[in-house]
Design a protein around this ligand. Structure first.
Ligand code: GDP
Ligand code: MN
Length: 398
């Protein structure tokens, strides 16, 4: 799960990372009011969306008066901001953050990520942060500083000092840098983040180290133990199909094709998508309904897959190990009686009690297409879709 910049700044400041004073607003009037309330004479107004690249796309503006803030934010609210990270549809702006402008001496890039190769938290930093960080990492990869954290001992002070020296931070500010690095690392591990990024981390004219931007991503599977973080979720920034799935406890990723997939197990779901592609079709989604595919979950899955208007056929592929095919078959039958499904449905069951399962499907009287192997199921799904929903595909398979 991603959170907004202003939320990440609040989280990080609780761990000792310094940020400029700022205030959130939900309307242009409120933005102007909050600037007056804060005081000062220069502010930076920042569109709050779950994506970076806002600066280059017009989502970050320096303003010199409350009137200017109101004008600038009139053009932000309700608009969709398209940056190089959002995709062409952009992300809606419904909140802006008004921050006291800071005189910048230097911009540094600082990121904490999970490095799968070393299986460690890795710190990535660059003395040349700011908006062109992607170019720097492509053109001069050697200028990037990296350090991994040994999990048994955590981030050590000497490592932080080493990073600070490599970034060319003045001796008088090294201790501040150590505090910043350790604060980020503690926030990362204690809150089960998968990414913390500060770009830019700035050194101000008066020798302070401040996070001017902040991004955090959290491990969805650990959110249950951080209610104060899961509360920060903003559905307006998510793919509506994926938020519906998350609400129902299903693991779903929306794709561009038109064959809906209902599968148990992530690996099997990926194999199903591959096989559909191999058979000449394109999957509409990844969906793992989990191990205990109860009738309720199967019904939820059908509703979710059908809520995508592009879906023209549905492939149900269940391997019952601990589960039982007859239960799953009952679930499919129950779901199809409850949910109006007007596209061909192909069902492939394998594993425990497969014969009983097939029998339940056959005797249900529902127009299901049954398949034995995954390849056959994928070919039938692609065939059913290609025959343009011809009624003949809807006859009951025997
Ligand atoms: P991003 O483009 O989405 O990553 O948004 P950022 O929050 O990083 O803002 C983009 C750029 O705006 C930063 O790299 C800074 O150069 C600039 N910026 C942000 N806040 C301030 C500020 O308080 N003062 C000044 N002078 N520039 C700022
Ligand atoms: Mn940034």
């Amino acid at each position: 799960m991603d959170i907004h910049e202003y939320q990440a700044k609040e989280v990080l400041s609780n761990f000792g990372v310094e940020v400029p004073p700022g205030a959130l607003a939900y309307s242009p009037e409120q933005a102007a009011y909050r600037a007056r309330e804060m005081g000062g004479e220069r502010w930076v107004v920042k569109a709050q969306i779950h994506a970076g690249g806002r600066g280059l796309a017009g989502g970050v503006k320096v303003c010199n008066s409350d009137v200017e803030i109101q004008e600038v934010t009139e053009n932000m609210f309700g608009r969709r901001l398209v940056t190089h990270q959002t995709g062409p549809e952009g992300k809606g702006i419904y909140r802006v953050y008004v921050e006291a402008a800071v005189p910048i001496d230097r911009e540094i890039y600082l990121g904490f990520v999970l490095d799968r190769t070393s299986q460690r938290v890795m710190i990535v930093a660059s003395a040349e942060g700011g908006m062109e960080i992607e170019d720097i990492s492509a053109d001069r990869p050697d200028s990037i500083v990296r350090a991994t954290v040994e999990p048994a001992v955590g981030l050590q002070e000497f490592q932080c000092r080493e990073i600070a020296f490599k970034l060319g931070i003045d001796a008088g500010m090294v201790q501040q840098m150590v505090r910043t690095l350790q604060g980020c690392f503690r926030a990362f591990t204690e809150l089960d983040a998968t990414m913390v990024e500060i770009n830019p981390l700035v050194i101000t004219g008066d020798n302070r180290i401040l996070a001017l931007d902040a991004k955090m991503t959290f491990d969805d599977n650990a959110l249950f133990r951080h209610p104060q973080i899961s509360e920060l979720r903003d559905k307006s920034q998510e793919d509506p199909r994926e938020s519906r799935a998350a609400d129902r406890g299903l693991s779903y990723v929306g794709l561009d094709g038109n064959i809906g997939c209902i599968v148990n197990g992530a690996g099997l779901a990926m194999a199903t998508m591959d096989t559909i592609m191999l058979a000449g079709g394109e999957p509409a989604n990844f969906l793992d309904i989990g191990g205990g595919a109860t009738p309720e979950r199967v019904a939820k899955a059908f509703r979710l897959v059908l809520s995508d208007a592009k879906v023209e056929a549905i492939l149900v592929n269940i391997f019952a190990g601990i589960n039982r095919c007859d239960w799953v078959a009952e679930g499919v039958v129950k779901a199809l009686r409850e949910v109006e499904v007007n596209v061909p449905v192909i069902v492939r069951l394998a594993g425990t009690n497969v014969e009983e399962g097939q029998k339940i499907l056959a005797e249900s009287g529902l127009p299901l297409i049954r398949a034995t192997t995954l390849v056959e199921a994928a070919e039938r799904a692609v065939g059913a879709w290609q025959s343009d929903l011809d009624q003949s595909t809807k006859v009951r398979a025997v």
